[in-house]
Design a binder for this molecule. Structure first.
Ligand code: HEM
Ligand code: HEM
Length: 248
């Protein structure tokens, strides 16, 4: 255990290192881009929500909103790629396996779900993402991928067919798969509501876990550290070796 991994706070509590500053930063970049995409997407879908003063050519509201939509879309793609890269890097302990729904992750997630629903069983003190959190991030990431795939399919309609000829197989495939651009657009729109629901659940769960277990989960996505009582660390050390605690 290095000094960076844990710092004693008084004698009973430990600040436990969970993630790098860059991974925390990426989280908030993803949050900012999703919020921007939802707000601008709502306007693109229903422009009567915001109108400029004057003629369309004077105000240019839709063009500006679309610009922000595409800017946020690019930011989201870059941030997701960087986060994925970090999931395979030693700085995040190759945490990709915490997100993938392997049979053991699904079993552990179902147990946690049962605990939340009925109070039966117990809630381990997880140093990193708990298995249910990992699974929900996986589902959320699938929605990101779907939004990105349908978004770029819509975007391809304004692409230069000569420059992008080598890439156009993708929108053609999507169009064929979903029986036309209208359906792609509808699904791109509907995916936003699915994502909004997932974000609400995500935030609710983080606030719930923070209040119930008082391990500063929310602070950990800003500062990179969680707080654990030393008794809890000692009690569960062998049970979740390597995965939950700083004990190796
Ligand atoms: C648009 C909104 C949001 C999206 C799309 C989102 C997405 C994500 C994703 C993909 C992760 C896992 C990846 C990682 O560890 O870097 C994550 C983790 C996390 N998020 Fe969010 N998030 C959102 C908003 C929030 C907000 C507002 C909070 C604070 C209340 C929050 C708190 C957390 C925490 C604490 C974790 C770490 C979980 C843990 O280690 O147990 N998120 N979020
Ligand atoms: C989570 C991410 C995203 C959300 C929530 C979102 C949301 C939306 C919504 C609600 C619309 C309006 C659809 C309608 O006409 O009813 C829209 C349109 C559009 N989005 Fe996204 N979007 C996202 C990501 C992307 C990405 C990654 C791209 C890629 C470039 C993209 C490109 C587009 C395009 C091209 C349009 C159509 C614009 C037009 O018709 O002028 N979106 N988006």
């Amino acid at each position: 255990m290095t000094e960076k991994e844990t710092v004693a706070v008084e004698s009973d509590f430990h600040l436990v290192y969970v993630r790098t500053a860059f991974v925390c930063f990426l989280h908030w970049v993803i949050v900012a881009s999703i919020v921007t995409l939802c707000v601008t997407g709502l306007y693109i879908g229903d422009p009567s929500l915001l109108t400029g003063k004057g003629e369309a050519w004077q105000t240019f509201v839709m063009a500006k909103v679309r610009f922000f939509h595409f800017f946020a879309a690019t930011t989201l793609c870059i941030a997701m790629m960087l986060r994925l890269y970090h999931s395979f890097s030693p700085t995040t302990r190759h945490d990709i396996m915490e997100f993938i729904p392997t049979p053991s992750n699904i079993t552990a997630a179902l147990k946690l779900m049962k605990f939340y629903a009925t109070g039966e069983g117990d809630h381990a003190h997880y140093r990193y993402l708990n298995p249910l959190g990992g699974l929900s991030v996986f589902v959320m990431a699938c929605t990101f991928v779907f939004s990105i795939a349908t978004g770029f399919t819509l975007y391809s309609q304004q692409a230069n067919p000569i420059v992008w000829s080598w890439m156009l197989w993708f929108p053609h495939m999507m169009e064929w798969l979903f029986r036309g651009m209208n359906n792609v657009r509808l699904l791109h729109h509907l995916a936003m509501y699915v994502l909004m629901a997932q974000v609400v659940i995500h935030i609710y769960m983080k606030i719930y876990v923070d209040i119930m277990y008082r391990e500063s989960d929310i602070a950990s996505i800003i500062a990179g550290y969680k707080v654990f009582h030393k008794d809890e660390i000692a009690r569960h050390a062998d049970r979740f070796a390597g995965r939950t605690w700083y004990h190796r």
